[in-house]
Write a protein that binds this ligand. Structure first.
Ligand SMILES: Cc1cc2nc3c(=O)[nH]c(=O)nc-3n(C[C@H](O)[C@H](O)[C@H](O)COP(=O)(O)OP(=O)(O)OC[C@H]3O[C@@H](n4cnc5c(N)ncnc54)[C@H](O)[C@@H]3O)c2cc1C
Length: 326
């Protein structure tokens, strides 16, 4: 009988990604609620040193799949690593972050196991021992609650949906996964991951984002946003209109067909707030909107709004922020 929670950790270039801490914290919380164990699959290359440290998030067992071929995510190879960990842990819930890696791997695992799959969830609860996941659908217009009726369920969680709890102090048992199959895997190789130019952290993990839309007038005005982003320690985002116009790369697009972000602070500059944009940033904790049209829909979701021309408001904002820095 499957039992317990298995979290699939995310690594890149030998480092843990921050979503891993969130996913294990969520897994620990669920496991505690069910009175069961929380185990973690730690796959990658040169990642063994991180295994013991996962005890701060409450991992009971870490299944370690350390192999050069797992250093860059490949669906085929990571699926094999996951299958090995699942065979060993026999979990009833498999939890993974809904990053680009997780969105690729989670359905592969679900298909392999014939398991139910709740994708891109933003909340978890336990109802009489049964896991209930919350997930926004129809571009965030509706929030549905999903219960998985299969013996094993796969759940992917949107980044920044679950608070990190690093107050635990378990000493996880470390189980090595035999990765001989990774050496033999012919015809499967994944190239290096190239970071988007100028980006410091992945937008989905950013705590502050300054975004521009068509109202910025053109790419030549992005220096204003870069200055604010620099002063706030924020990443740059964009609306689809700005991306489609060729002003910004698609990696910066926020929204239904771009990235779904949940920063602590989202500053929308010259962005109307179309439904498809809100689908990507509507769950930001604090939203600041700068728009010259007081009827722009972005003001309906904004915590703070400035009705004005970005060409005047942004330099004034930069000046005030510089004063705070001095
Ligand atoms: C299937 C589908 C998927 C989509 N996916 C996405 C997505 O992922 N992300 C996304 O963003 N959009 C998406 N869209 C497009 C979306 O519907 C909007 O067209 C887009 O978000 C508009 O971008 P915008 O707000 O920058 O431009 P506009 O709607 O043109 O708004 C510009 C805003 O700037 C203001 N403005 C103009 N000049 C100034 C100034 N000088 N100072 C201050 N304010 C000014 C205007 O008042 C206006 O509110 C999608 C659409 C479809 C159909």
């Amino acid at each position: 009988m499957p039992k317990g929670v298995l979290v699939i950790a995310e690594t890149r270039d030998g480092e843990l990604r921050s979503v891993t801490a969130e996913a294990i914290s969520a897994g620990r919380w669920l496991a505690d609620g069910k009175g069961e164990e929380c185990s973690v699959l730690l796959a990658g290359s040169g990642i063994a040193d991180h295994a013991g440290g996962l005890g701060v998030y409450g991992a009971d067992t870490v299944y370690l799949a350390d192999h050069e071929a797992l250093g860059v995510y490949s669906g085929e190879l990571w699926l094999e690593a996951a299958a090995e960990a699942i065979a060993a842990a026999d979990p009833s819930i498999i939890l993974i972050a809904a990053t680009s890696t997780g969105k690729d791997l989670a359905p592969r695992i679900a298909a392999r196991l014939g398991a139910g799959y709740a994708a891109s969830c933003t909340g978890l609860s336990l109802e009489e021992g049964t896991v209930e996941a919350t997930r926004p659908v129809y571009a965030g217009k509706i929030v549905e609650k999903v219960r998985l009726s299969t013996a094993v369920g796969v759940i992917s969680m949107r980044p920044k949906s679950f608070e990190v709890d690093d107050s635990r102090s378990t000493s996880p048992a470390i189980e090595q996964i035999d990765t001989a199959w990774a050496t033999d895997a012919k015809g499967v190789s994944a190239g290096p991951v190239e970071a988007a130019e100028g980006a410091r952290v992945d937008l989905t993990e950013a705590d502050r984002i300054v975004s521009g839309g068509r109202g910025m007038g053109g790419p030549e005005n992005w220096g204003l946003l870069e200055e604010i982003a620099g002063l706030l320690g924020a990443e740059l985002g964009a609306s689809r209109a700005a991306v489609d116009a060729g002003w910004r790369p698609h990696s910066e697009q926020v929204g239904q067909t771009g990235k779904v972000v949940t920063p602590g602070l989202y500053v929308a500059c010259g962005i109307s707030g179309a439904m498809q944009h809100l689908a990507g940033m509507g769950r930001s904790k604090v939203i600041v909107a700068i728009n010259k049209d007081s009827d722009a829909p972005i003001f309906q979701v904004a915590d703070y709004g400035v009705i004005g021309n970005v060409m005047e408001v942004l330099p004034a904002l930069a000046e005030e922020l510089r004063k705070l820095e001095a």
